[in-house]
Design a protein around this ligand. Structure first.
Ligand SMILES: [Zn+2]
Ligand SMILES: [Zn+2]
Ligand SMILES: [Zn+2]
Length: 216
């Protein structure tokens, strides 16, 4: 599968629990794509790429190290949430290895560096197989459809404020801009007065400022 397909699947996994939040969704999304870091071997030439393909990132030991790195971020949570995080991040990692074993034209070296044996579900389909295009379409669409279930999209990984502005664009405009009275649904992040898209100024952190708060 392509990187964006893995990412969409990881996001969907992070959305599953009722306690799903940005941190969990981010870790699940990263877990679903991180094994591909070994494709970076390409920087050292085609030889290195072929020799290391599906090795340093695509094995269970790297997966365990990744879980260890993720754990402190969930340590302070109630036991059930902590376990949910561990299970879902593991699932996201496994989703990458298992789908690669069928859909990426190459065996996966699950126990590298201790074993050079490759694993795969034969017949392994090439990355160029039409099913990979189809899956990319499905898993790049899915996160946006899931927003109908829980009001959040992958834009929150960039900025939760950006995501809120995006989602508000589809929502009812039940406020009136404090400057011009036009109906709107965003508020100034400083004074909380409603601001329409014309009068609310956005800064690079996606914070909205009404004209009064924008001019010092
Ligand atoms: Zn991969
Ligand atoms: Zn206005
Ligand atoms: Zn303001």
């Amino acid at each position: 599968m392509y990187g964006q397909t893995h990412a969409g699947l990881g996001w969907a996994i992070g959305m599953l629990p009722p306690t799903s939040d940005r941190r969990l969704r981010a870790w699940c999304t990263i877990a679903a794509v991180v094994p591909d870091y070994d494709a970076g071997a390409m920087l050292f030439g085609m030889d290195a790429y072929v020799r290391l393909h599906h090795k340093p990132g695509h094995n269970v030991y790297f997966g365990l190290l990744f879980l260890l790195a993720a754990y402190p971020f969930f340590h302070g949570r109630p036991l059930k949430q902590r376990w949910t995080a561990i299970v879902l991040i593991s699932l996201a990692l496994a989703s990458h290895l298992l789908t690669d074993m069928k859909l990426s034209g190459w065996e996966v070296y699950l126990f590298w560096p201790f074993s050079e044996r490759g694993y795969g579900f034969q017949p392994i389909l090439a990355l160029g197989h039409p099913i990979n295009l189809w899956l990319a379409g499905v898993f790049m669409t899915l996160p946006w459809l899931l927003a109908l279930w829980k009001p959040v999209t992958p834009l929150e990984l960039v900025s939760p404020r950006l995501d809120r502005i995006f989602l508000n664009a589809f929502r009812k405009k039940s406020l009136a801009c404090s400057t011009c009275g036009t109906s709107c649904n965003n508020r100034c992040d400083t004074c909380e007065r409603p601001a329409c898209m014309k009068h609310g100024r956005l800064d690079w952190k996606f914070r909205i400022a009404c004209p009064a708060c924008a001019s010092p």
